[in-house]
Design a protein around this ligand. Structure first.
Ligand code: ADP
Length: 472
């Protein structure tokens, strides 16, 4: 593309500059010949009018004009010879006196046959050095006489040739300069395209950080900007795919790990019962352990099924107060057992959502708060409307979490304290389910926690029909 542009531009320029030079040199040539013509014409006029006066004087004196022509024209013959010009006088069909050694190439009759009508005939004789010739007849009664005068065009042509050579030398120099300028200019012009090509190659090679520098506001800058946007989109999509793949891999790793622990324990106890001779009481303890692990596995299976089933939901208008009273019925007993006060802040708002899923969401969050809190503390549940959104907050005064722990709690199977959570029956799936429920409601689940002070779980949900307003 760059080469093509270079050659086409250069070719167009060469055509343009050479034709301009040609036109200029032709005009100059015409002007040169015209000036020379004017000069020769005036000299011819001057000589012929003076000679005519002399001829009349001879006639008056009763002399023979033709016989005295040699002496009459002598001065002019010398004058023209000194100037390198040719002068000849004709009478009838023959030249009666000539300035040079040789008479004009054509006879007066041949010259007159060119343009019989005109008195003065101007023509160029193409001898080795071109000559500008003028032949004019004298007025009556001397119409038989004619004066031929010619001047060498060599000098004028020589200076025109020099000027023409200079012009073509200048055009060659300008063409060379233009070629150098074009190389530089096209290099600058095509630099963004080169950069785009390099950046695309880098991106194609798997490095999605490559970006172009956007300079100015022209079309190239717009293109570079669009390229950067496209690269940004590709990068974020690839990152999303990568994150999803990582998440899936983590899920599989954690799931395999979660299965292995109870299965190993179940297998070990079953083998122990089979091989060792145990008392009834020992057997009961072993089977009790096996059963508790099986319950845990069953729980996990149900939770996973719940999660898998969370793909779509039916929505209805749920009054928040109603949701709170149902959640309170479910959780009050557990809270009382732990000696924790459960408080709900009344609310009259409504929310478009799935009541069963919203109850699961709230009970999970409250359950986590109860598990993390010592007795004598309180877990508060509060709802507050903010424009098109409803904020649900579950605040506890429990052990809290560090930033690092907070960043992972929504991962499936993640537990801050594995042994304690397992003992409490949690598989680390509760918050993964909560996150899924909130996503289905197009909301946002966030946590704020201070170790040793407590945690606030904050759910922001759009209050309109699902899908009408969406979290940014
Ligand atoms: P589980 O079902 O085992 O409770 P979750 O997914 O609900 O798992 O929670 C993941 C982990 O996050 C829990 O094991 C717990 O350590 C931590 N966690 C969740 N909520 C709280 C909270 N309010 N206070 C302290 N830790 C919490």
């Amino acid at each position: 593309m760059k080469k093509k542009t270079f050659f086409v531009t250069l070719l167009l320029f060469i055509i343009f500059i050479n034709s301009s030079m040609l036109i200029v040199s032709l005009i100059t040539l015409r002007e040169c010949v015209e000036t020379e013509r004017e000069k020769v014409l005036s000299e011819h006029y001057m000589i012929s009018s003076t000679l005519l006066g002399d001829m009349q004087a001879v006639e008056k004196r009763g002399g023979d004009v033709r016989a005295s022509m040699e002496s009459l024209a002598g001065t002019y013959l010398r004058y023209s010879r000194n100037r390198g010009n040719e002068l000849a006088v004709a009478c009838g069909e023959e030249w009666i006196c000539c300035g040079g050694d040789i008479s004009p190439a054509k006879t007066p009759g041949e010259i007159l046959s060119r343009e019989a009508a005109s008195d003065r005939i101007v023509f160029i004789e193409k001898t080795p050095v071109p000559k500008l010739c003028i032949y004019g007849r004298f007025p009556a009664p001397y119409q038989d006489y004619g004066l031929f005068y010619s001047a060498d065009l060599g000098e004028a042509l020589q200076s025109w040739r020099q000027m023409k050579n200079t012009l073509f030398f200048v055009s060659a120099a300008v063409t060379l300069l233009l070629a150098l300028f074009l190389i530089q200019f096209l290099d600058i012009l095509f630099r963004p395209l080169r950069e785009i090509s390099v950046a695309s190659r880098v991106i194609a090679g798997g490095d999605y950080h490559a970006r172009l520098r956007v300079r100015g506001k022209d079309e190239i800058a717009v293109m570079a900007d669009n390229f950067n946007r496209m690269a940004g989109q590709v990068e974020s999509h690839i990152k999303l795919l990568q994150d999803t793949a990582d998440e899936k891999q983590r899920f599989i790793d954690n799931f395999a790990h979660e299965l292995r622990t109870p299965l190993t324990a179940v297998y070990g106890y079953a083998e122990y019962i089979q091989r060792a001779s145990l008392t009834e009481e020992e057997k009961f303890e072993c089977t009790e352990f096996i059963l508790s692990e099986c319950r845990r596995l069953q729980n996990m299976a149900y939770q996973l099924l719940d999660m898998a089933a969370l793909r779509e939901m039916e929505t209805e208008d749920c009054p928040v107060g109603e949701l709170f009273s149902r959640v309170s019925e479910i959780m009050q007993v557990k809270a009382a057992e732990k000696g924790i006060a459960l408080t709900f802040e009344e609310h009259r708002e409504e929310i478009a959502g799935n009541p069963d899923l919203l109850i699961t969401l709230l009970t999970n969050l409250i359950d986590n708060g109860l598990k993390a809190s010592p007795s004598g503390t309180a877990v508060k549940i509060r709802a507050e409307g903010r424009g098109d959104f409803l904020m649900l907050e579950v605040t506890d005064q429990g052990i809290g979490m560090t930033k690092e722990q907070l960043s992972r709690i929504k991962e499936a199977f993640y537990r801050v304290d594995k042994s304690r959570s397992r003992g409490a029956g949690g598989a680390g799936l509760g918050l993964a389910i909560c996150e899924r429920i909130v996503q289905l409601h197009r909301g946002k689940l966030e946590f704020c926690s201070v170790p040793g002070e407590g945690t606030v779980a904050c759910v922001t949900l759009p209050t309109g029909k699902t899908g009408e307003s969406e979290m940014q």
